[in-house]
Design a protein around this ligand. Structure first.
Ligand SMILES: NC(=O)c1ccc[n+]([C@@H]2O[C@H](COP(=O)([O-])OP(=O)(O)OC[C@H]3O[C@@H](n4cnc5c(N)ncnc54)[C@H](OP(=O)(O)O)[C@@H]3O)[C@@H](O)[C@H]2O)c1
Length: 253
């Protein structure tokens, strides 16, 4: 069912050119939002914009590296000068790395994963919140992970970065609870995206062993996360803040 829950709303999706972000950008547009897609790869971003426009929706791509404070500040300022408001933000841009034990991880891996997944979300929230406070409200959803609630062998840095996202979400939700701003997180299990597929290329056994961990015996679809993000951004979730929604096909139960 397609509704107009986001008619006249402006929705930002970081990492909106691929995977979960792409599905969420398309879902927002189908429900009437003006969508801003922020990521680094322009060709992929413009493709999603074209897809949205071909369905009669509205979207723009703003090239942004969430590792760069100036890019994030410019992203939010451009949204405000273009649309005059920011109603919803899905802070989704993130990276993972091949699984390895903590002892074998490197400073470069720490810097990339923590700076993208955690500092990137913090930077986005900082500039989003400034505008939402000025405009009297808004909704933020951060993309954490089931690895942001529990953990597993071989994912120490990724898991630490995603636990950090939960801390940011909870503290910022409390700080803004009386400002008409709600902040929640989505915690996906294994979702079929380019990020999940990456390790399958060098080890085909990983796909089967990953799948065997999911009680539903299938990977999630990006659209199944998008639906949850839209619900958390909608008025139907008006009493939810500082919490997470776990969507994992029964994993972690
Ligand atoms: N797939 C899963 O199983 C799963 C499970 C739990 C959580 N997640 C989380 O879901 C989010 C989306 O991942 P995905 O699975 O959809 O993978 P994906 O298709 O690889 O998407 C990752 C997105 O992040 C963007 N990105 C990465 N670094 C960036 C940077 N420095 N600046 C701006 N954008 C950046 C990428 O765009 P550019 O490279 O063009 O910048 C891309 O759009 C991530 O935060 C991931 O940790 C995924």
């Amino acid at each position: 069912m397609i509704t107009n829950r986001f008619q006249d709303k402006v929705a930002l999706v970081t990492g909106g050119n691929s995977g979960i972000g792409r599905a969420t950008a398309i879902a927002f547009a189908r429900e009437g939002a003006k969508v801003v897609i922020a990521a680094r790869r322009e060709n992929l971003g413009n493709k999603v914009v074209d897809e949205i426009k071909s369905e009669g929706g509205e979207a723009v791509f703003i090239k942004t590296d969430v590792l760069q404070p100036h890019d994030v500040e410019n992203l939010i300022q451009t949204i405000i000068s273009h649309y005059g408001r920011l109603d919803c933000a899905f802070n989704n841009a993130g990276v993972s790395a091949p699984m390895k034990r903590l002892l074998n991880t490197t400073i470069e891996e720490w810097d990339l994963m923590v700076n993208t997944n955690l500092k990137g979300v913090w930077l986005c929230m900082k500039y989003e919140l400034l505008e939402m406070i000025k405009h009297g409200g808004g909704v933020i959803v951060n993309n954490s992970s089931m690895a942001g609630l529990g953990s597993a062998e071989g994912i120490s840095i990724y898991s630490a970065s995603k636990h950090g996202v939960m801390g940011l979400t909870r503290a910022a939700a409390l700080e803004n609870a009386r400002k008409n701003i709600r902040i929640n997180a989505v915690c996906p299990g294994f979702i079929h995206t380019p990020m999940l597929e990456e390790p399958w290329a060098y080890n085909t056994k990983i796909k089967d062993s990953t799948l065997s961990m999911v009680p539903m015996k299938r990977f999630g679809k990006p659209e199944e996360i998008a639906g949850a993000v839209l619900w958390m951004c909608s008025d139907e979730a008006s009493f939810m803040t500082g919490k997470e929604m776990v969507i994992s096909g029964g994993q972690t139960v």
